[in-house]
Write a protein that binds this ligand. Structure first.
Ligand SMILES: C[S@@+](CC[C@H](N)C(=O)[O-])C[C@H]1O[C@@H](n2cnc3c(N)ncnc32)[C@H](O)[C@@H]1O
Length: 217
C-alpha cells in the first residue's frame, strides 16, 4: 500500500504550524481528558506509535510508559518531535511508512496512532491495520484517537469520493491551499473494521474527539 505523497507534502509544509490545532479554546477540556486517559492507558507499556507527527502525544505518554517507538514518514515533523523529546532516554524515533511499519527496536506491548485513522482511505484501513498489528503481539493493547466532525469547529468537507472518503480544503498561513483526505467514521464503522482483528473494544465519545481501545487478537 503506497504512502500518499500529497498527504506527506502537506504535513511537511504544515510541520511548523501544526501544533496550533491544539490551541482551539473550545477543545481544551476534551484535550485535558485525553491527556489523562492516554497517560493512564499506556502506563508501564512499551508503545509503538505510528504517524507521531511533531510528538505532541508522544510527549504526553512518555513519562508514564516504559518506552515509545515513535514513527512518522516525514523528516520535517520528526525534527520537531526529536527536539520536543530531547533528553528522553525512552523514545526512539524513526522515519517509517505506517503501511509498511518496520520491527520495533525493543519488544512492544501497545500500539498507538493519533489522528491517523482519519487520513487512511476507507479501502486501505484493513491493509494498514494488518501491517501494524503484525508488529504487535496478540494481547497487545492499542488505542486509536481521532476527530469527530463538529460544525463550526471542524474544517468543512469539500468533496466525497466514490468510496465514501471525504476531503477538506485546508489553508496554510502562507495562503497555500491543500485538499486533504479526512474521514469522520462513526463508532459502528470503526468497530466493524476492527471486529475480527481485536478483542475488548471500548469506544469513548468526547465532544470533539473519539477514542477506541482494544487488544490485538
Ligand atoms: C494529523 S497528523 C498527526 C500527528 C500526530 N499523531 C498528532 O496527533 O499530533 C498526521 C501525520 O501522519 C503523517 N503521515 C502521513 N502519511 C504517512 C505515512 N504513510 N506513514 C506514516 N506517517 C504518515 C504525517 O507526516 C503527519 O505527521
Amino acid at each position: 500500500m503506497p504512502a500518499d505523497p500529497e498527504m506527506l507534502d502537506y504535513y511537511a509544509r504544515r510541520a511548523r504550524e501544526y501544533d496550533r490545532i491544539y490551541e482551539k479554546p473550545e477543545r481544551q477540556a476534551d484535550l485535558a481528558t485525553l491527556r489523562t486517559a492516554l497517560a493512564g492507558a499506556f502506563s508501564s507499556k512499551a508503545v509503538y506509535e505510528v504517524a507521531c507527527g511533531t510528538g505532541f502525544w508522544t510527549e504526553v505518554i512518555e513519562p508514564q510508559c516504559s518506552g515509545v517507538f515513535a514513527t512518522d514518514h516525514n523528516d520535517e515533523v520528526l525534527i520537531l518531535a526529536r527536539a520536543r523529546l530531547e533528553g528522553s532516554t525512552k523514545v526512539v524515533f524513526a522515519n517509517a511508512d505506517a503501511f509498511a511499519p518496520p520491527p520495533a527496536p525493543f519488544p512492544v506491548t501497545a500500539g498507538f496512532a493519533a489522528f491517523w485513522w482519519s487520513h487512511v482511505r476507507r479501502a486501505e484501513l484493513r491493509a494498514f491495520l494488518n501491517a501494524f498489528f503484525a508488529r504487535l503481539h496478540p494481547g497487545a493493547s492499542f488505542i486509536f484517537l481521532d476527530n469527530s466532525y463538529v460544525p463550526g469547529s471542524s474544517t468543512p468537507l469539500c468533496r466525497t469520493d466514490a468510496e465514501g472518503n471525504t476531503f477538506q480544503l485546508r489553508q496554510l498561513t502562507n495562503g497555500e491551499r491543500h485538499e486533504v483526505l479526512k474521514n469522520f467514521p462513526d463508532e459502528a464503522e470503526v468497530r466493524a473494521v476492527l471486529a475480527d482483528l481485536a478483542a475488548g473494544l471500548k469506544w469513548t465519545q468526547l465532544g470533539y474527539y473519539w477514542l477506541i481501545e482494544g487488544r490485538v487478537k
